[in-house]
Design a protein around this ligand. Structure first.
Ligand SMILES: Cc1cc2nc3c(=O)[nH]c(=O)nc-3n(C[C@H](O)[C@H](O)[C@H](O)COP(=O)(O)OP(=O)(O)OC[C@H]3O[C@@H](n4cnc5c(N)ncnc54)[C@H](O)[C@@H]3O)c2cc1C
Length: 435
């Protein structure tokens, strides 16, 4: 009996360690890529095999935005293909699929949970940062933007093609924050007023940032009528071009040259974690207080804030089923809870604090489902393993991100990717997979 037991353990150990290190089909995958006809430029210049060299690492880190995922998993990552043409993309998809290799597609690498560049099964990163052309057509109000273009590049192109004037402001207070909930989704379409509760020197500071398409005097008049508690004055406003407002939202000092928008990243700068919520009824003042108290519980070294982004306006005019994005009429605002830190040892504590903050918010936010913003990807709201997509689990996170549109998205997925080749921990499953 003892002997049988040890044999069983040995067998299990071998199979576990093999699963961890074997990268099936890597030779075949690379061979397939290299032999793929590529009329524009040879794909061989754009393959970085995961060989632990500085060249490979800098390629991995260039579009890795979150330090939590800064160490490549050499057990599973096979290569990065930095495609320069459509034929490179075709080659990567076909060669990966035919050799049983998973693909993670990375455009800007901003995915909050790193799903565009991490996986626990053998995979390649199809990196699209080289595909970055932008064409802006002002008369038709349309732009064609390749996936690898940055927002800074897009803003610069739009600004080159058009002329606008904007302004900004900043102030704070708990009563104002309560009142903000009542008015912010009903302001003019050309006015966006964000409220930010932030921990500063062990207390909460609420800041209001607005962007208005018009002149400063006009904005002061509107604000003093809609939200007089804010006490906005002309000197709180800055008039600037629309392009400069994009720097303002990045917290760059006034006067920063707009050429910084064209800079590309080279490595991640911090560890961070975000979560999101949707609010349909104003949060009572006691609720705001509880949320603030939860923010104050974070470690002193963390940057912590709760950002309230108003909906209403144009967001209300698009039917919920018109695009995959479902959070339309009926939402007062969207919340982003955010924390960042610089010390790897603070990771577990920071993630725990975010979970606690999310629990505190539960009574005040949307429910059944508790809606979430896909751009603020949050792996805690439900996820599958890297290489399998359980439909019941997918319906949990999918209904939070897509609400009533999930069913149709699953049908589209079944039509165009019935084998579920393109997948990640929070992908949409093909409808037919359901038992
Ligand atoms: C510092 C920072 C600030 C942010 N600010 C905002 C903000 O103000 N407002 C906001 O809405 N969001 C914001 N985000 C979130 C951001 O919009 C999302 O993370 C968005 O998905 C980023 O796109 P990306 O191409 O950089 O992501 P990636 O990480 O490259 O990709 C995101 C997901 O899409 C998939 N994917 C990428 N390219 C393709 C493709 N071509 N085809 C198919 N699938 C693809 C990836 O595999 C991954 O699953 C911010 C993120 C960061 C890191």
């Amino acid at each position: 009996m003892k002997e049988a037991l040890s044999v069983l353990c040995l067998v299990l150990l071998v199979s576990v360690s093999e699963a961890a290190v074997t990268k099936p089909g890597i030779g075949e995958f690379l061979g397939c890529l290299r032999s793929w006809p590529s009329p524009e430029s040879p794909i061989t210049d754009d393959i970085f095999t995961a060989d632990n060299t500085t060249t490979f690492l800098s390629s991995y880190l260039a579009y890795t935005k979150n330090t939590r995922f800064a160490s490549p998993n050499y057990q599973t990552l096979m290569a990065i293909v930095t495609a320069k043409s459509l034929s490179h993309i075709q080659a990567t998809v076909v060669c990966a699929k035919s050799n049983g290799v998973q693909i993670r597609i990375r455009s800007g690498g901003h995915d909050y949970e790193g799903l565009s560049y991490i996986s626990s099964v053998p995979f390649v990163i199809l990196d699209l940062f080289n595909l970055r052309s932008i064409t802006v057509d002002v008369p038709s109000k349309q732009a064609w933007v390749e996936a690898g273009a940055t927002l800074g590049e897009l803003y610069t192109k739009i600004s080159d093609a058009s002329e606008t004037v904007n302004k900004t402001l900043e102030q704070g207070g708990i009563d104002v924050l309560y009142k903000w909930q009542l008015v912010s989704s009903k302001l003019l379409d050309g006015l966006f007023l964000r409220a930010l509760s932030q921990v500063v020197n062990r207390t909460i500071v609420v800041e209001f940032y607005a962007q208005f398409l018009g002149r400063a005097d006009e904005l002061v008049a509107i604000m003093n009528q809609s939200l007089p508690e804010l006490g906005l004055k002309r000197q709180d406003c800055l008039e600037m071009s629309w392009l400069n407002t994009t720097l303002f939202w990045e917290d760059l000092p006034v006067g920063t040259p707009t050429s910084v928008l064209l800079d590309r990243p080279s490595k991640p700068e911090k560890f961070f974690k975000s979560k999101s919520d949707y609010v349909k009824k104003p949060i009572p003042k006691e609720g705001i207080k509880k949320l603030w108290e939860a923010l104050l519980e974070f470690n002193n070294n963390n940057i912590v804030y709760m950002q309230w982004n108003p909906y209403g306006g144009v967001m209300d005019t698009v039917p919920a089923a018109a695009t995959p994005f479902p959070h339309r009429k009926g939402n007062l605002f969207e919340v982003q809870y955010y924390t960042s830190w610089l010390d790897a040892n603070a990771t577990m504590g920071s993630l725990d604090m975010m979970k606690k903050l999310y629990e505190v918010a539960e009574p005040y936010v949307s429910s059944n489902p508790r809606e979430a913003f896909l751009n603020y990807r949050d792996i805690d709201i439900g996820s599958n393993p890297s290489n399998e997509t359980n439909v019941d689990e997918a319906e949990i996170y999918g209904s939070k991100y897509f609400v009533g549109n999930l069913k149709r998205l699953m049908e589209v997925k079944a039509k165009y990717d019935p084998e579920n080749f393109f997948k990640n921990e929070q992908s949409i499953p093909p409808a037919r997979v359901k038992q």
